[in-house]
Design a binder for this molecule. Structure first.
Ligand code: C2E
Ligand code: MG
Ligand code: MG
Ligand code: MG
Length: 280
């Protein structure tokens, strides 16, 4: 009886895993077509300076609308793309697109500090990544001081010293380096000190519980204290409420990003947002 049950359960997992695998394959095949067109677009989420009470910068986020699969979220297709060289094409395309758009905004007189672009671990592992970035900046005519690259904490911790040189070179070019989803990746604090980074982004899982959840409050405070003592800029992700924003401002957090300030928007809408009165 128990064995029977066990076997059924086993079958259930097998078929769930098989359908997951075939789904990934479906996405991968569709992505191979999508990169040729390319069928992606980039939206931009404004970031708000909590202390100076002004719009500050933006994060580039990829979007993919497929004719039959519909709107596939990046959380679904980026991990698939990371299993192959597809991420190199996609990542390079987003970088170029974001810098091109940034140049247009600067020429229009939009006052922004930096555009942040997410970089997958596999991109950073390419020995020619520095040259890819240099080529994009040169061909677009975009000043590296307006570019920030977001790398996940998990990646940095998996790849100790060897990749740090790449980050250092990027930083030496004037590009800012941010650690994304900070707090989820078990960083060793002494190690963090030696990394060439400018910015820490507090993961939205911790911001979510502010100000009611004592653990989330403690973790957010700890990240703020640590980051500040290391001279880093602190960005909070997933700021959805006034209560989130007020707590973070009082705790000295520099920048907020989240639905309370703005959703990710098409590039045509950003200049108006940056002109608009500050939401507080
Ligand atoms: P991320 O880099 O941490 O980006 C922030 C994500 O949080 C975005 O989801 C954004 O839309 C969402 N978000 C922003 N404010 C709020 C909020 O107040 N509440 C909630 N619940 N969510 C908020 P999105 O655009 O779906 O992207 C998900 C992830 O996919 C990104 O997380 C990033 O890891 C990855 N991704 C997106 N675009 C790219 C890209 O061009 N390249 C790479 N390598 N990864 C990307
Ligand atoms: Mg990011
Ligand atoms: Mg994040
Ligand atoms: Mg929580």
């Amino acid at each position: 009886q128990a064995k029977q049950k066990g076997r059924n359960r086993h079958c259930f997992y097998d078929s769930a895993m098989a359908s997951q695998a075939s789904n990934a394959l479906k996405i991968e095949n569709a992505l191979r077509e999508a990169v040729k067109q390319p069928a992606f677009r980039v939206v931009y989420q404004p970031k708000y300076d909590l202390q100076q009470r002004r719009w500050r910068g933006t994060e580039a986020l990829i979007r993919w609308q497929h004719p039959t699969l519909g709107n596939v979220p990046p959380a679904q297709f980026i991990p698939v793309a990371e299993q192959s060289d597809l991420i190199l094409h996609i990542g390079g395309w987003v970088l170029n697109e974001a810098c091109r758009q940034g140049k247009i905004w600067l020429d229009q007189g939009v006052d922004f500090d930096k555009i942040a672009v997410n970089v997958a671990g596999l991109q950073l592992l390419q020995p020619d990544f520095i040259n890819v970035v240099k080529t994009v900046l040169q061909s677009v005519g975009f000043d590296p001081k307006h570019l920030e690259l977001e790398v996940t904490e998990g990646f940095i911790m998996q790849h100790p010293s060897s990749q740090i040189k790449q980050l250092q070179q990027l930083q030496d070019m004037g590009i800012s380096i941010a650690i994304d989803d900070f707090g989820t990746g078990y960083s060793s604090l002494s190690y963090l000190k030696r990394l060439p980074i400018n910015t820490l982004k507090i993961d939205r899982a911790f911001v979510d519980g502010i100000p009611h959840d004592a653990d989330d409050v403690a973790i957010s405070r700890a990240i703020l204290t640590l980051g500040k003592s290391m001279g880093l800029l602190i960005v909070a992700e997933g700021v959805e409420t006034k209560a989130h924003a007020e707590f973070l401002r009082a705790e000295g957090c520099d920048i907020a990003q989240g639905y309370f300030y703005s959703r990710p928007i098409p590039p045509s809408e950003l200049p108006d947002v940056f002109q608009s009165a500050s939401p507080g």
